[in-house]
Design a protein around this ligand. Sequence first.
Ligand code: ZN
Ligand code: ZN
Length: 355
Amino acid sequence: MNHRLEALRAKLSEQSLPALLVMKDPNRIYLSGFTGSSGILVVTAEAAVLITDGRYTEQATQQAAGFRVVIHTESMVASVKQTLAELGVSRVGFEKDHWTVSQYETWSKALAPVELLGVEGLTESLRRVKDGEEIRRMRQAQAITDQAFRHILGFIQPGMKETDVALELEYTMKKLGAEDLAFETIAASGPRSALPHGRASDRVLENGDLLTLDFGCMYQGYCSDMTRTVMIGEPNDKQREIYDIVLQAQLAGVAAVGPGVSGRDVDRACREVITAHGYGEAFSHSTGHGVGLLIHEGPAASVRSEDILQPGVMVTIEPGIYIAGFGGVRIEDLVLVTESGHDVLGNSPKDLIIL
Ligand code: ZN
Ligand code: ZN
């Protein structure tokens, strides 16, 4: 039995929706297991149909257990229309944050007289809470990330470019079994470490640099995400000061994670530490985000987040301090919410590493 599909059907019934079209890739992968580049699910209380094209006949049948596979010949929309007619569906939900206005117009005209009803966040709300298999994959993605970090510590030398470090991290993660990067690797050194999203450049590492590495990989479809800031050579007083504050804030944020806690409370726990030391303005982003099939998904750990953490949720805790012209520090871990509190997925050290 497909528990994810059953959970979605319960949501459909709560909303009195007789059927749903699932078009967003991560939602389709989550519900059906089908990882091809093109496919739409039609889900009703009794039926589950995967419509894809002829390139995927075999793959779809193998991956999407419990789904009837339909290969469209003419066009996707014609197949969807025919499937809805066969199932006797006259009203169908669609993911309204997926389509452009023009796609909506095309589809609603083509599917008429079937009525299209916009819905939001149905499958996403299920995806927030990871099951055992998802947690296993994310632990493995994080284990690869930790191992790549250990490797890079012995690799980094003054005189290298940021891109040398980023490439070596990426190569190492793939060599260790990652199928892809979770996002573009950030390697930001010296004054560039003040850029929260400083993609690796050709800047050459020097003694006295802070170096922020934010990286992660994909393993069996799931992402990891970690940031560490290290020192090239001995830190000065201010570098050590901001590092210690960010570390304290990060530990406070992690400690706040638990079931029933809001994303806002987690953010506050982190932010308070930084604000109390006078650097509130220098922490210019949210504390964290959910991670799963996508690198950024719900819930949010931010100033205004009303998301409530539940066991099975994966969220990052990643405070930072960024000072223009000087540099910055960020420390990020991926944290699983458990029944009794939380579990930090990685095991990379967080005390200041001096290379
Ligand atoms: Zn990150
Ligand atoms: Zn992150």
